[in-house]
Design a protein around this ligand. Structure first.
Ligand SMILES: [Zn+2]
Length: 360
């Protein structure tokens, strides 16, 4: 055996000592701390140190949002064809087949009827795992049917978007989904039924440019990237450096594009409270949700009152419903549905049962 091929026992034993089973720890993208993976999962895949939101599998999100045993999936039999015979590194048809096997046959969007803290609703969730949540003809059709179902059953609609935009493999057929979904949403709005849009990381392209930014109330997860084109494309086009944090949820909240940033742990409580207010249903007593925001209070700082610890206080100061007759706002220019003042204050507060109580 030549000297250079001798095994170094000291190095071997050292590497054995250093080896850590994979999956036990992960590094946080927000604060670079090494985290116990089990603790991250227990915190709905949020960093217990800084509140950074990791991506959450669609299945977990459904369990998180809908009351147990109420979720009934809709439109499961739809599948895309390949009208253009599109081929990149492999054919579009093969790609669809492979993803249907590994992820499921639902394409990039799953539609449900169910209840959220006893409020019945039509809920849609993008599956980013499936071709980057891109909107092709199946996704557009499912969203249109979701709005039409909400209309026929007189239910509110909630959609959680996470998408890279239109699906280029379907060409113009994917682009027309923007108009189709927006038109269906228009019919829902004409009947006065609420639609809440929740923007996850990332929400871009044709999805951001249509129904995702047409919500009566628009919420976002902390740190979500939201926009049409990516920052690099914009910088190259306008030949200017973009400001720090451009296209992040916090920046958009500051500039009035979205209504509130809601940490994942609070989302179900906040959504159900908003829906009850918009539907003028009596409030439900909810237990105080253990909040990821309590770890990272600055997430909600731009819209909250300074004292996060007393979420009920701003609601008490909000005008009573009787003061504002039918809850109309002064903004006659707004094309979005009119939001009662208490809903506006609900955007600033946690799922406080006190605030909801004063509405009923
Ligand atoms: Zn962190």
């Amino acid at each position: 055996m030549a000297w250079w091929s001798r095994k170094n026992k000291a190095t071997e034993s050292g590497s054995e000592k250093r080896s850590v089973p994979t999956g036990l720890f992960q590094k946080c993208d927000g604060c670079s701390t090494t985290l116990d993976s089990q603790k991250v999962v227990a915190a709905l895949r949020c960093c217990p140190q800084c509140g950074h939101h990791f991506s959450l599998p669609t299945e977990d999100r459904i369990h998180m949002l809908l009351d147990e045993g109420t979720a009934v999936e809709q439109d499961t039999g739809l599948s895309a064809t390949d009208p253009l015979g599109f081929r990149d590194t492999k054919s579009y048809a093969d790609r669809l087949r492979g993803l249907s096997k590994s992820i499921g046959p639902s394409d990039a969007f799953r539609s449900f009827l169910g209840s959220m803290h006893e409020v019945r609703l039509a809920l849609g969730i993008f599956q980013f795992e499936f071709m980057g949540g891109s909107m092709g003809s199946v996704v557009g059709e499912k969203i249109t049917r979701l709005f039409e179902r909400a209309l026929s059953e007189r239910l509110p609609a909630v959609i959680l978007s996470a998408s890279g935009g239109a699906r280029m493999q379907e060409g113009i057929l994917s682009l027309m989904q923007m108009a189709k979904t927006s038109a269906a949403l228009g019919r829902l709005r004409d009947r006065g039924l609420p639609y809440i849009s929740v923007l996850l990381n990332p929400t871009t392209g044709g999805v951001a440019a249509s129904f995702a930014l047409l919500g009566d109330v628009i919420l976002a997860e902390p740190g979500a990237m939201i926009g049409f084109a990516g920052p690099r494309v914009i910088e190259q086009t306008i030949r200017q450096k973009l400001p720090e944090g451009f296209q992040r949820a916090e920046f958009l909240l500051k500039h009035g594009i979205i209504d509130a940033i809601v940490p994942r742990a609070e989302l179900k409580g906040r959504l159900s409270m908003l829906l009850r207010m918009l539907l003028r249903q009596p409030a439900l007593q909810l237990p105080q949700v253990a909040s990821v925001a309590s770890i990272s209070g600055e997430m909600l700082a731009p819209v909250r009152q300074p004292e996060l610890a007393t979420p009920a206080a701003p609601v008490a100061e909000a005008p009573a419903v009787s003061d504002s007759a039918d809850g109309r706002t002064d903004d006659s220019q707004s094309t979005r549905a009119e939001v009662p003042p208490l809903v506006a204050s609900a955007l600033c507060d946690g799922p406080s049962s006190d605030g909801a109580k004063s509405f009923s």
